[in-house]
Design a protein around this ligand. Sequence first.
Ligand code: BGC
Length: 775
Amino acid sequence: MEGLLATIYAAFARYLAWGLALCLALASSPPSEAATALANAKSTFIESLLARMTVEEKAGQLLMRFAEAEPPPQIVLDAVAAGNVGSVFAHPAATPAQLRTLQQHAVKHSRLGIPLFFAGDVVHGRRTIFPIGLGLASSWDLDAISVSARVAAREATGDGLDMTFAPMVDISRDPRWGRISEGFGEDTYLVSRIAATVVRGFQGELGARDSLMACVKHFAAYGAVEGGRDYNSTDVSPLRLYQDYLPPYLAAINAGAGAIMTALTSLNGVPATANGWLLRSVLRQQWQFSGLVISDHSAIEELIVHGVAQDGAQAAQRALVAGTDVSMNDRYYLQTLPGLIEQGQIEVELLDDAVRRVLAVKYDMGLFESPFRRLSGSHGAAFSNAGLALYRAEARHVARRTLVLLKNERATLPLKRQGTIALIGPLADNSRDILGSWPANGQPSQAVSLYQGLRTALGDHAQLLYALGANIHDNPPAFDLLADNQVVLDPRPPSALLAEALAIARQADVVIAALGEPRGMSHEGASKTTLDLPQQQRELLRALKMTGKPLVLVLMNGRPLSIVEESQWADAVLETWFSGSEGGNAIADVLLGDYNPSGKLPISFPRTVGQLPVHYNTLNTGRPFIKERPSKYKSRYFDLDPTPLYPFGYGLSYTTFSLSSLRLSTHQLPPGQSLQASITVKNQGSRSGETVVQLYLRDRVASVSRPIKELKGFRKVLLAPGESRRITFTVDQTALGFYNQDLQWITEPGEFDVMIGLDSQHLEHARFELLEASR
Ligand code: BGC
């Protein structure tokens, strides 16, 4: 009876607060007053709830518990009813009905009826799978990226989720790290723009039914793990941290991200989850972030293994004091916080603050108003049978914009719809790996392989032959150690697979080799010491080259590979990353010329692993290497060209573009003002196409060494044959600023280079002076 009364009371209190908030908001006309009224109503609601919570219930709100994809066991339901669970990390296959059962236990059976929120990894799609992060970034198309995030949010909220552990905005310059696939590349500016776009796309209008709260990750600098070895330490100078690694997280926060996830790694000696400088000084004080901080999976327990806590209680204490609000699937908060408070080892105010933030995100998600809003099934039949209702047109549109043409000699591409085409390789008729890592609820049976895409696109116009050619990898024992290791290997010996492939290649007019990596190779816990294609695949490509047939290499992979020889053997090379549910159709569109490729690399392709890190925006050093004038005592490797094989920003089209007439609106820029840099881009070919015009800046002399170039703007433009267009970029003070040695954001007067190009290496130059304040 008491439980029932509490439920009624809780529900009444909920609706009273919401009603009050709405009345106040409507009563006052100016928007700022309405916003203040809403904020006050929220705070009143949260404080009154907090005041009624026991310490145990508060600790319960800080636990995010994992729920398997099966009817929730009684033990979990009991924990929810006891108020010992605040949120649920849902297995990708958990159904809305299962989540609903959990929510019913929270709302109807727990003392205060506080709803759960449900979270999961929706990284590049939920059911309709879009290209992986590196692919999305290759589009340089924020509208397309926004579409992918919005679709993901609709499908994920239709499946009952309130939050996604995404976007992953870790800058990485080390392709040995398998998780480089999830991010958006090496460049701070590009990644920051994409981070903000994805957050807005996921969240839409916060609180709406199809709003998926973003939990940006992994704070901070997880992508800088030493040696590219996953979970290894990161040690990044404060200047580089502020300048290169932190801005994407800040961009996501400024775009409204509701939550942030700590990295599993230590940063400059202190694990991120216990790093008070990072979580309190930077995140809360400098950035004024008021959202939720969630630990990565079991990161609090791992503080013991990191060697900064001797037991669970100390781990929990360090994490909470540092500013980690929620523990993901980690027992110590719940087990030890009440005791620590009782013994006076933690101020209850600290616990209250963390709980306030949990309640606040639930409030923002609209869960107090309607706890079943994303579990009601009211998204319609399309969502309960989503396999039949994928957003295929959107997935194909986005995927084709992410494909990067790296080489195209003798106009090998586009292919003609005639004759005989041999499609060979372990990724040719593979609808599993094409989904990439973190495929959420994406089903291989619903994904289009390249073979299927080409088959449909060719119809009766050309003959399509197929052979596997080689197994996808040749190191089963190593592969068994990967988190995602489900590949089916052909038991035939490599020689038999090769012979079969060569037999069909010899019958063909052109050969397409679809090679690369299984998706599990570019994933969490999948770091590698080489960037080569697996040996059997390399041998296959070399043998195909020997047939003398025109050879197209279609790459599917989640990291830059070192393909110096492969790029020489092939006449054309198309980088397709892992392109998602509609990948096969999108790649066929490009191979057959139905879509003119427009992707540009968001990350440099090294020649060899020994060159790492390779990125375009390096410092000049005191002894820079100049390719045209090589000499001794320069910053280089004596045994190899230090430049990348393919640079950042690079990608070809079936047409060619030229740039001319770079002009600045002024060469003397008064402080605080902005200037315009404009250039003419022309399509010189005979078919329409898109390219990305890229603006780079260099501060020539400053109090700290500044990079030789930094991306500060880009524009993707579509031009008809022969068409030219003037593109204008505004260069404002933000683009000129940087962090000095005291980590203050400043601009300094002096000369700046303006460089505009269609990749980061071939650039038109101009120069201006930023004037002193007194002049
Ligand atoms: C990963 C996170 C992920 C979490 C939940 C962790 O191992 O580092 O990126 O969101 O698991 O799946």
